[in-house]
Design a binder for this molecule. Sequence first.
Ligand SMILES: [Mg+2]
Length: 336
Amino acid sequence: MYVKDIGEFGFIRRISRGCLVRPKHVLKGIGDDAAAFVPSPGDVTLVTTDLLVERVHFLRDSTSGFNLGYKALAANLSDIAAMGGTAQEAFVSIAIPEDCPLDFLEDLYEGMKKLGAEFAVNLLGGDTTKSNLDLIINVAVVGSVPKDEILYRHTAQPEDAIFSTGFLGDSRAGLHLILNNIPVDSKEFMVLKDAHIFPKPYLREGRFLARKRYAHAAIDVSDGLSSDLGHILEESNVGARLYAEKIPVSQNLKKFCDRFEFDPVDFALAGGEDYTLLCTIPTDKAEEAVRDYVREFNQPLYPIGEINDSGRLELVYPDGKMKQIKPTGWDHFKSV
Ligand SMILES: [Mg+2]
């Protein structure tokens, strides 16, 4: 069955079930000219959007609708996490080619609803239209954060310690397995593949770092450690030194790299789509922040380096050798 068999409004009726997981403060969700909700009093509103285009960001043949929907929302939630906020409402606009089965589309909304339910995010509306060739999805998420707790990119300071909330490089390894049709024949490979398909938005962690006022600056790793840390350095007008042996690389990634002769640090630096948070914390708060974080989440906050005023990004190897690194993550407009 296709959308043309039930019409746009039939389609909207089908997907609108289970969209409202946090009805409080929502006056109207799907089904009117605009959604209406009461924003959190006193907070600043955060808005982020993300556009996914078939053949640019995903291949319809090599993903399920569920996985695509899940990840589309996860990427947006991660941006709210990076600002220290709480995600609240999501809006999904979709341009549908005629040959896209209804099952795939319903599955796509199921993926978003599953993740939305996990983080109390409502699906409050969007737009549906026809596309001549490619499936195009735009997700917008609205969140909120107290004004004096917002985490920006431009506020890192020399001597801040730099942390990651999780492993880096796993997602890129998972993508390598998928793109090269490598059999996922071990638990290790399964975890890597899942890291790519079902990235965890670090919303609770971002909120914690903001609420406790530990972090000076933060960003989420969507394009790769070097590229995303590069944004903090550029916006804050600072430099940084990273320590290769401190970069959190999972045992799963190490095994993968052993087998295919890759360098795990390269995967961490240039990988992308890990959606961990990078944050910078002043030295006098770092020890307490790490202790408090572990107590709260039962997970480590990984120190990976420090901010300085060099204006460069340098990587230090265990033998003391140092190299300057250029951002090597994903840039949509770069031709090489
Ligand atoms: Mg981001």
